[in-house]
Write a protein that binds this ligand. Structure first.
Ligand SMILES: [Zn+2]
Length: 117
């Protein structure tokens, strides 16, 4: 980071770890002026902001969690919804079909791999 002396005439390049987070007193090597320096100067603030880290695995995990939660809620409401909103029957038939397909594919895969269970 670049710090500017209180006198305004001199600027110094210092490494980030030379100025602790809580700040410290520094002295200009040219005019002997002393001042309290904090690490975040306006100029540096912008460049030090790092973009939010995007993790594909984390996103996939939360998406899966969301789907499972939604599916769990729908399963809990199954009897109520089928009785009161008959149109939802199609949803449950679809889910049942999907689950059956997934299990069929998994068992086919296990048979293919020669695993008996
Ligand atoms: Zn100075």
């Amino acid at each position: 980071m670049i710090i500017t002396c209180k006198c305004g005439k001199y600027r110094f390049e210092v490494s980030k770890n030379e100025i602790p987070e809580e700040g410290r007193n520094v002295q200009c090597g040219v005019c002997n002026e002393t001042w309290f320096q904090t690490p975040y100067v306006k100029k540096n603030k912008i460049t030090e902001v790092s973009p939010p880290s995007f993790s594909l695995i984390k996103t996939a995990f939360y998406l899966l969690l969301f789907i499972l939660t939604a599916a769990g809620i729908m399963n809990m409401l199954k009897d109520y919804l089928i009785t009161n909103v008959p149109e939802t029957t199609n949803y449950y038939l679809f889910v049942q079909h999907m689950v059956e397909q997934i299990f069929k594919n998994i068992s086919n895969l296990l048979i293919f791999l020669g695993i008996q269970y």
